[in-house]
Design a protein around this ligand. Structure first.
Ligand code: X8Z
Ligand code: ZN
Length: 610
C-alpha cells in the first residue's frame, strides 16, 4: 500500500492541492491546453483507478473500525477517510469532463462514465463543506445505530434489535404502539442535520453537473434519469395488483385479532401491526394469517433452534450453498475478521452488511446474527454480496461493482429462494416434506416477505428524490413521508404525527445515506434470476418448488454474470443470465400465481383498497 501511494503521490498531491485541473470552470486554461487525446484519456483512467483504489481501501478500513466499535474517535477517523475519498473522486470526475465528446475505446469511455457516477455522497469542492458533509453522515449513522428506547420506570432501555424481537411476537396493540413510538422518538435529533446534509450533497451534485443528488442516484442505470423513474413506475404497476390482494387478505385477518375498530375494511392498516418496525416484512405475523388446511406446519426459527444452530453454523450453511454451486470457499480471513454476533462490550452498527476491505479477497460479514428464519435469509443475502465482490475482483477497479445496484442486492436473495422444503430436509432441519397442499402456506409466507416489501422498497427513494429536488422542503419532511406510506403501502402511523417528528430518519438507509431503490429492483430481479437458473438447471415445475442447490450448470451461469462486474451496461449482464434485456416482474407474478388465485378467492366479498 505504501509503495502505491508513493508512485501516485504526484497525482494525489496535485488533486489535494486543487491545481492542474483543466475542469469546466477553467475555460481560459482549457482553451489554452492542448486538445485531449485517447492516450491521455487512457493514462488518466489508469492513474485515477490506482489512486481511487488506495483511497477506497483506506476509507473501507476506517469505516469497518467505526462500524464495529462506535466511538467519537472512530467516527471522526471514518469521516475523514471518507471525506478524502469523496473529494478526490469529485475532483477526478470534474477533470474527466476534459475527455467528453472524444471518441474513446468502449472500456475507457465506460470507466470515465462510472467514475463520474461512483459517489453516493457527492462532495462539494469547498474542503470545509466536504468535511462537514462526511461528518454529518458518519454522525447520523452512529446516532441511528446507538439509538435506544427508554420506557421509563423500572424498565431497562432497549435497542432496535430488542424492540424488533418484541414487535415480532407481541399481539398486544398498546405494547406495539409504544414500541413503535419509542423507536421513532430516536430520530427527531437527526432532522436538522439531515436538512444540512441535503443542502451540502446537492451542492456537490450540482458541481458535478447533476440537477440534484437524487438525479445523480437515478443516473446510475445506463439510461436517462427520467427514464429510470418511469421504469420504476412501470415495474410497480406490474406488481401492484398482487400487493393489493395481499394487503386485503392480511387486513381482514388482522381484524380478527385486533378487532374491527382498530383494523377497518377499506382503510389503511396501522403500521405497528405488521410485525416489523417499518411494515416492510410481514413474515412475523404469518401465524395470524396462516391458511387453514394449507399450512406447512413447521416454523424455521423453531427448527433452527431445535437443531442447535448458532451464528457460525448459520453462516457456514450459507457458505455451503455457494460452494455447492462451484464457488470457492470463503478465505480463512473471512472467519478471523468478520463480526457475526453482537459484541456485549461496545456499540456497533448492527444493520447487516458485507465488505471487501481490499477489493480482492479480504471479505467480511458484519452482522448481529440471531437464530431465526429472518436472519438465515439475511445471511444468504449478505454472502451474495461477498461472492459477487470476489467474482468481480479480477476486473479493473472501476468495474469492481455489480451491473447495477439492484443486482448486488439480488444475488443472495436469489439463492435464498432455493431454500425449499426438500433443501431443508437435506440439511436435516425438517424430517418430512410437507404435503403439496401446504404450498399455499409456503407461498403466503414468502409473499409476506417479498410482496409486502415492494411498496416500501419503492417509497423510501420516492421521498428522498422529492427531498433532494426541493419538491419536499424540511417543513414538510414528515407529512410527505406519511403521504407516500399511505399511498404505496396502505399504512398509517399508529400514533399522531407532526413536523416535530422525523420518521424517515428511523430507517437505517436514510440516516446512513444508502440509496434504497436497489432493494425494490432486487426483489423483482431475484425472481427473474431464479427462473433463469432453474431453467438452466433443467428444472420443470412450479418455480416455488425449484432449488438450484448443488446444480453445477446454474452455478456456472450465475458465476459468469457475477464475473462481468460493472464492465458492461446492466442489460448485457441480465441477458447473459436470463436472455432478457429488461427488468420484468413477470417472473415474480408467475412464481406467486397459485397464491394470487387463492387470495382472489379469499378476498371475495371484501372491500379491498384503502
Ligand atoms: O439493508 C438490507 C440488507 C443489507 S444491504 C440487510 N436490506 C434492506 C433493509 O434491511 O431495509 C435487505 C432487505 C432490505
Ligand atoms: Zn444488501
Amino acid at each position: 500500500m505504501s509503495r502505491r501511494i508513493s508512485t501516485l503521490g504526484i497525482l494525489a498531491l496535485a488533486l489535494m492541492a486543487g491545481f492542474a485541473r483543466p475542469g469546466l470552470a477553467r475555460s481560459a486554461e482549457a482553451q489554452a491546453a492542448p486538445a485531449p487525446t485517447t492516450a491521455e484519456a487512457q493514462r488518466f483512467v489508469s492513474e485515477a483507478e490506482a489512486l481511487l483504489l488506495d483511497l477506497w481501501i483506506e476509507a473501507e478500513r476506517a469505516s469497518w473500525v467505526q462500524s464495529t466499535f462506535i466511538t467519537q474517535d472512530t467516527e471522526i477517523l471514518a469521516a475523514q477517510a471518507n471525506a478524502r475519498k469523496n473529494a478526490a473522486t469529485a475532483e477526478l470526475a470534474k477533470r474527466a469532463t476534459r475527455f467528453d465528446g472524444l471518441s474513446l475505446p468502449p472500456d475507457v469511455a465506460r470507466k470515465l462514465k462510472l467514475l463520474k457516477l461512483s459517489l453516493t455522497l457527492p462532495a462539494p469542492s469547498d474542503p470545509k463543506e466536504n468535511a462537514e458533509l462526511a461528518g454529518i453522515v458518519a454522525g447520523m449513522e452512529s446516532a441511528y445505530s446507538t439509538g435506544k428506547y427508554c420506557p421509563g420506570g423500572e424498565a431497562p432501555c432497549v435497542d432496535l434489535q430488542e424492540i424488533s424481537d418484541t414487535m415480532a411476537r407481541s399481539r398486544d396493540a398498546s405494547q406495539l404502539a409504544a414500541l413503535w413510538r419509542g423507536w421513532h422518538a430516536t430520530a427527531p435529533p437527526l432532522r436538522d442535520e439531515f436538512a444540512r446534509y441535503v443542502e451540502l450533497a446537492n451542492k456537490g451534485a450540482r458541481e458535478l453537473g447533476f440537477a440534484d443528488t437524487g438525479a445523480m442516484w437515478r443516473s446510475k442505470y445506463d439510461m436517462q434519469p427520467d427514464d429510470f423513474a418511469r421504469e420504476v413506475d412501470r415495474l410497480w404497476s406490474q406488481v401492484k395488483p398482487l400487493y393489493d390482494s395481499l394487503h386485503c387478505y392480511v387486513r381482514s385477518n388482522l381484524a380478527r385479532t385486533y378487532g374491527s375498530t382498530l383494523v377497518q375494511e377499506g382503510k389503511p392498516i396501522s403500521a405497528d401491526l405488521l410485525g416489523n418496525m417499518w411494515a416492510q416484512d410481514w413474515t412475523n405475523i404469518y401465524p395470524l394469517v396462516a391458511p387453514k388446511g394449507g399450512d406447512p406446519d413447521f416454523d424455521l426459527t423453531e427448527r433452527l433452534r431445535a437443531n442447535s444452530y448458532d451464528a457460525m453454523k448459520m453462516v457456514r450453511t450459507g457458505e455451503r450453498f455457494f460452494t455447492s454451486l462451484g464457488f470457492a470457499p470463503l478465505p480463512d480471513t473471512f472467519w478471523q475478521r468478520s463480526m457475526i454476533t453482537k459484541p456485549r462490550d461496545r456499540e456497533v452498527v448492527c444493520h447487516a452488511s458485507a465488505w471487501d476491505i481490499d477489493w480482492l479477497d479480504d471479505l467480511r460479514l458484519k452482522m448481529c446474527v440471531e437464530i431465526k428464519a429472518e436472519d438465515f435469509a439475511t445471511v444468504h443475502h449478505e454472502l451474495g454480496h461477498n461472492f459477487y465482490q470476489r467474482a468481480y475482483s479480477t476486473q479493473p477497479p472501476l468495474f469492481r461493482d455489480s451491473a447495477n445496484d439492484g443486482f448486488h442486492e439480488a444475488v443472495g436473495d436469489t439463492l435464498a429462494l432455493s431454500i425449499t422444503p426438500p433443501y431443508l430436509k437435506r440439511l436435516g432441519l425438517i424430517e418430512r416434506e410437507p404435503d403439496p397442499s401446504a404450498d399455499i402456506g409456503l407461498l403466503l409466507n414468502q409473499a409476506l416477505d417479498k410482496v409486502a416489501f415492494l411498496p416500501f422498497g419503492l417509497l423510501v427513494d420516492q421521498w428522498r428524490w422529492k427531498v433532494f429536488s426541493g419538491e419536499v422542503t424540511p417543513e414538510r419532511y414528515n407529512g410527505a413521508w406519511w403521504e407516500l406510506r399511505r399511498r404505496y403501502q396502505g399504512v398509517v402511523a399508529p400514533v399522531p404525527r407532526s413536523e416535530a417528528d422525523f420518521d424517515p430518519g428511523a430507517k437505517y438507509h436514510v440516516a446512513a445515506n444508502v440509496p434504497y431503490t436497489r432493494y425494490f429492483l432486487a426483489t423483482i430481479l431475484e425472481f427473474q434470476f431464479h427462473r433463469a437458473l432453474c431453467e438452466a438447471a433443467g428444472y420443470q415445475g412450479p418455480l416455488h418448488r425449484c432449488s438450484i442447490y448443488a446444480n453445477p450448470e446454474a452455478g456456472r451461469r450465475l458465476k459468469a454474470m457475477l464475473e462481468m462486474g460493472a464492465s458492461r451496461p446492466w442489460p448485457d449482464a441480465l441477458e447473459a443470465l436470463t436472455g432478457q434485456r429488461q427488468m420484468d416482474a413477470g417472473a415474480m407474478r408467475g412464481y406467486f400465481a397459485p397464491l394470487e388465485r387463492w387470495l382472489g378467492q379469499q378476498n371475495t366479498g371484501h372491500a379491498c383498497g384503502w
